[in-house]
Design a protein around this ligand. Structure first.
Ligand code: ZN
Ligand code: ZN
Length: 189
């Protein structure tokens, strides 16, 4: 039985990781397991901006995908960037094995506001579903309430939900069905 694996770069608040486990299981329907904690990704630090390269974090994850993993989702407290963009909330390869999300800009304190843990948890779940959705082949959705809608700013994150719209749910179902057929074929060979 394939599982979605969660990986922490450094140490992430346990309450957040547990919430993520439940959310990933509810939306994607796979068992959710944990990878051993990964070291702090100092190799990905850009000292000029104090941000971390999401591409390097993804590469690192992809190099250690467990055998029974359908997908791996990495979580970091560090702020992430990809070339040409000043920051990203997360990054995934379309139909790829791995995705990564950053908690840095999901904290109210990042915007000089009072911390709010429940809000942080919901923002994290939305970004997790969004990036994992990409790994299952989902693209950006025009429904601003759908988890697959694009967020360039925290206001857009707050507008969407951690749920997929009806269209995206059907696309996800097709994609995961196809995958299990492929897995079935692999086992028969
Ligand atoms: Zn996206
Ligand atoms: Zn959608």
């Amino acid at each position: 039985m394939k599982a979605i694996y969660l990986a922490q770069f450094g140490t992430i608040d346990e309450e957040l990781m547990s919430a993520l486990e439940v959310c990933a299981w509810q939306i994607f329907g796979y068992d959710v397991k944990r990878m051993p904690n990964l070291p702090d990704p100092s190799y990905a630090l850009d000292t000029k901006t104090n941000q971390y390269s999401s591409v390097l974090l993804l590469k690192n994850l992809i190099s250690q995908v467990p055998k029974d993993a359908v997908r791996v989702l990495g979580v970091t407290n560090h702020d992430l960037f990809i070339p040409m963009l000043s920051f990203v909330f997360g990054h995934a390869q379309l139909n790829g094995p791995a995705a990564v999300i950053s908690l840095a800009r999901l904290h109210q304190s990042f915007y000089q506001l009072q911390e709010n843990k429940q809000l942080l948890i919901h923002r994290m779940m939305k970004e997790a579903v969004h990036e994992l959705g990409h790994t299952f082949g989902l693209i950006h959705c025009s429904d601003s309430r759908c988890a697959m809608s694009l967020s360039n700013a925290i206001q857009q994150v707050d507008k969407k939900t951690e749920e997929l719209c009806a269209n995206c749910s059907i696309l996800l179902e097709d994609s995961t069905k196809q995958k299990s057929r492929e897995n079935g074929m692999e086992m028969q060979r």
